[in-house]
Structures are given as structure tokens and as C-alpha cells.
Design a protein around this ligand. Structure first.
Ligand code: ADP
Ligand code: MG
Length: 329
């Protein structure tokens, strides 16, 4: 069959239909049917849309895009400490491109299988490439990690790859924009961080009952921490020099390190707070989840965010969150 012969329903059947495992009814009818959660559990729901040219570059390999589209959604479940169950996929694409669909669905299902989550439905239409996933997860009542739970005196932590850091995805974007040039291997390493984020599901689950608040880092540390502080009604001081930084980013000028680490975006790591006495439990959770965590600051009673360097001096430069309707990006 040639690419143009495959229509909407053929495409869904070939690339997005698999026998349901947990769902009572999956792809193929007007609705999917999911069994209700056991008593004492709440459904956690989140949607994220990826638009070509805005959230990803046309140069991204389809399998990495499939991975990322699901990963950014799973990252929201991770931030709430929810266990992933199922997801839907709404996809607009200009034409039926089977090379794209094969790679995209392969990347998507590889991550879905790794996390034990299944695709139960969606929508497919012609249009500019646009991917919207909705994830469903489960969390015990009262155990969800929220943005609003940080308290004065709590330590602020971020997750990151063992031996890696924050800001690599932003660095990769600057390489693509031609602002920074990197040798091939370094370039590929940061590109992987931009295109293949790892959702910190295991860490989110392990932090239930340990962390007082959490958020995933999608729009840059400063902006995302701002959301936590606003919702919690507190301020904070963070040490910019304490941010975990990959060897690649650490080899570049300090100003660029700050910019990528503090205002980068697309990190998909967890930022969380925990009472000072919980540090050993935080480290146990991180070890259990096979991820590194670093303490970057402290929640304080005084409103506002203060960013200092290792000597305690405030940074001169201001860093802002990414905002789709404000940024010139
Ligand atoms: P309806 O017209 O009733 O909205 P559709 O014709 O859009 O249904 O879709 C047919 C079936 O295929 C539905 O079960 C829907 O959930 C599923 N579906 C459509 N697009 C996708 C997709 N991209 N991924 C997974 N399932 C999909
Ligand atoms: Mg219908």
C-alpha cells in the first residue's frame, strides 16, 4: 500500500491500535472504557500539546518526538506523585507520512511500555503537525504532591541525571539557533536531553509523604519555582552556583550556565521542597528512583525569589520564565 492510500482509519488501525491490557475497551469505539479506580484513589489528569516550530524543531527524529510527546505528559504525573495508567493522543498532521508514523508510534509505545501505560483513544485530523496527549494516573487520596505545600524552612531540591544537570535542553536549542557551537559528541549529548527527556515517575512516587511540594521543570527553573512560591505563599533563596550542571554546560561561560540552568525550560526534572529533617528520606527516594538530586536553596517567609551566587551575592542579571504569549522565542 502506498502512503497516499492509507486514510485516517487505516492509519489509526495500523499505527495506534493495540489490544487493551488494563482498559475494558481501547481504541476503536466512540469512547474508551476504563474501570473505576479502587476506593481511596484519585484520578490524576493532565494534557500537554506539542506544536511544530514552537515545542519542537522539524529536524527532530520521529521516534524521539513520539517519546517526548508522552514524556512531557508523564512528567506532569511524576510531579504529582501519580502512577501512570492510560493516555489519549490527538494528532494533526499535514498528510499521511508513514515514515513519520512508524517512527513516531515506535518511540511513543516504547516509552508507554516502559511505564506500563496504554493508549486508549484519541483523534486524528489533517492540519499543521500538532500533538496533544492527555494522561490519566492514579494517586492515593491526600498523597498527591502539589505546588501549594512548600513551607518556610523547607529545603528546595531538583532532580537531574547522575553526572548531569539542568539546562542542557536549552543549551541544545542555542546550538540549533547558531548561538553556541559544540563539538559533535557534546552536541549529541545535549540534543538527547532536549529531544528525549526522562519523566521522573519513580522519583515522584518515592517522594509521596516525603516532599512538601513539587512541580516539573518545563518552562525554566525560575518561572516554575515562582509558581510553587506563589501557590504556597512563601519566598525563597536559591544558590545559582549550586545548580547541577553537566560537564558540557560547565565548560561554557558562567553567564550562559546561569541562563540555561535558571531560565532554560524543557528540563522535565522535578523541583520539590521537603522539610530540612527529610533530607535522608529524599536521598533514599532518589537512590530508589535511580536519579540524582541536589539541594539548591531554601523556602523562606519573606516573599519573592532571591538568586545568589556561591558567595551569597545576588545575581545582577534577571531571569524570567518562558511564556508563550510574551516571549519573542
Ligand atoms: P469519532 O468520530 O467517534 O470521534 P474517530 O473517528 O475520531 O471517532 O476515531 C475512531 C477511533 O479511533 C476512536 O476510538 C478514537 O478514540 C480512536 N483514535 C482516533 N485517533 C487516534 C489516535 N491518534 N490515537 C489513538 N486512537 C485514536
Ligand atoms: Mg464518535
Amino acid at each position: 500500500m502506498t502512503a497516499t492510500q492509507l486514510g485516517e482509519f487505516g492509519m489509526i488501525a495500523r499505527y495506534f491500535t493495540r489490544a487493551p491490557k488494563r482498559a475494558a475497551l481501547g481504541v476503536g469505539d466512540d469512547c474508551a472504557l476504563l474501570a473505576p479506580l479502587p476506593a481511596g484513589q484519585q484520578l490524576a489528569v493532565s494534557s500537554d500539546m506539542l506544536v511544530e516550530g514552537r515545542h519542537f524543531l522539524s529536524t527532530v527524529a520521529p521516534d524521539r518526538l513520539g517519546h517526548k510527546a508522552l514524556a512531557v505528559n508523564l512528567s506532569d504525573l511524576a510531579a504529582c506523585g501519580a502512577e501512570p495508567l492510560a493516555f489519549t493522543l490527538a494528532l494533526a498532521m499535514p498528510r499521511v507520512d508513514e515514515v513519520f508514523l512508524e517512527g513516531f508510534s515506535r518511540g511513543l509505545f516504547a516509552l508507554a511500555d516502559a511505564q506500563g501505560i496504554e493508549l486508549v483513544g484519541g483523534d486524528t485530523t489533517a492540519g499543521p503537525l500538532n500533538i496533544c496527549i492527555t494522561v490519566f494516573g492514579a494517586v492515593t487520596v491526600g498523597q498527591a504532591l502539589l505546588r501549594s505545600g512548600a513551607r518556610a524552612g523547607d529545603a528546595l531540591w531538583v532532580s537531574h541525571p547522575v553526572g548531569g544537570g539542568l539546562g542542557d535542553a536549552r543549551l541544545a536549542l542555542e546550538v540549533f539557533r547558531g548561538r553556541v557551537s559544540l563539538p559533535g559528541e557534546a552536541c549529541e549529548a545535549v540534543r538527547l536531553r532536549m529531544e528525549c527527556p526522562t519523566p521522573r515517575i519513580a522519583l515522584g512516587l518515592a517522594l509521596r509523604g516525603v516532599a512538601s511540594s513539587a512541580i516539573d521543570l518545563s518552562d525554566g527553573l525560575v518561572g516554575d519555582l515562582g509558581h510553587v512560591l506563589e501557590r504556597s505563599g512563601f519566598g525563597a533563596t536559591i544558590d545559582a552556583d549550586a545548580l547541577p550542571t553537566s560537564a558540557v554546560l560547565a565548560s561554557l561561560p558562567r553567564a550562559l550556565q546561569y541562563e540555561c540552568g535558571l531560565a532554560g525550560g524543557d528540563d522535565y526534572e522535578l523541583l520539590f521542597s521537603a522539610p530540612p529533617g527529610a533530607a535522608p528520606a529524599v536521598l533514599v527516594a532518589a537512590r530508589h528512583a535511580d536519579v540524582a538530586v541536589t539541594r539548591i536553596g531554601t523556602v523562606e517567609a519573606a516573599a519573592g525569589l532571591r538568586i545568589v551566587d556561591a558567595r551569597g551575592a545576588p545575581l545582577q542579571q534577571r531571569y524570567a520564565a518562558f511564556d508563550h504569549f510574551r516571549s519573542d522565542a
